[in-house]
Design a protein around this ligand. Sequence first.
Ligand code: NAP
Length: 248
Amino acid sequence: MTNRPVMLITGASRGIGAAVARAAAPTYDVLLDYAASSEAAHRLADELGAMGCRAEPVQADVGDEAQVLAMFDQLDTSFGRLDVLVNNAGIAGGYGTLDVVNGEMLARLWAVNITGAFICAREAAARMRTDRGGLGGSIVNISSKAAVLGGSGEWVYYAASKGALDTMTIGLSKELAAVGVRVNGVRPGLIESDFHLHAPPGRVERMAPIIPMQRSGTTDEVAPAVLWLASDAASYVTGTFIDVTGGR
Ligand code: NAP
């Protein structure tokens, strides 16, 4: 078993997940989940390794329960403990309005953004809860301000998936509070990342003026909120959310 606390970050190869991994590296050893970006995940693991962090990439589509179970097997074998789960992996589900919705696309969206987060939370809690021999721990769910706003006249299905994630955060925080597992959420606003490649070009620039701070945010501005909620500094904080939105 490693001596340093261990953080599992889903969707850690790029964007917000990679920024969380970089911010975590001085304190945590990390398991870096990715779906397809093997090269990026391995490059990140090398970068974090050079900082003295034990970082291991793992390929697992969180929308596939068998792959999630294999990921947790790798966690047990390689690290032997878990202190923090960051449920970050998420997809947009294509881009558009109600016209583009169909059953297949919604099923995949729910599978990754909701079911994946639930299964990861189940496996993490089973290892962390103090009534089953765990040491306690923390789950941080990466939601979106869209969960509250309902999207922006588009991407409503994506917003709805994050609404479900927020309900899960509140409910699990109560279910797991007495067994030493805190559950919180971070709701980013408009953050520069590949996520917006799913939208027509220029979306970030077009939306920036409606944000009170008049600009998009960076992944590095999201990561500290995740690290704080995960840390002992937030030991009396559960079932709550930090909005990282520039005031939106
Ligand atoms: P991103 O740059 O597109 O990165 C997405 C990450 O998730 C990648 O590492 C990707 O892995 C991984 N991923 C996607 N599908 C996966 C799956 N089925 N299984 C495992 N990993 C998967 O997006 P991001 O902006 O960093 O978004 C991260 C989270 O923040 C998401 O939950 C998103 O909904 C949320 N968020 C983003 C914004 C924003 O404006 N960017 C705002 C609010 C909330 P591969 O590289 O292998 O594909």
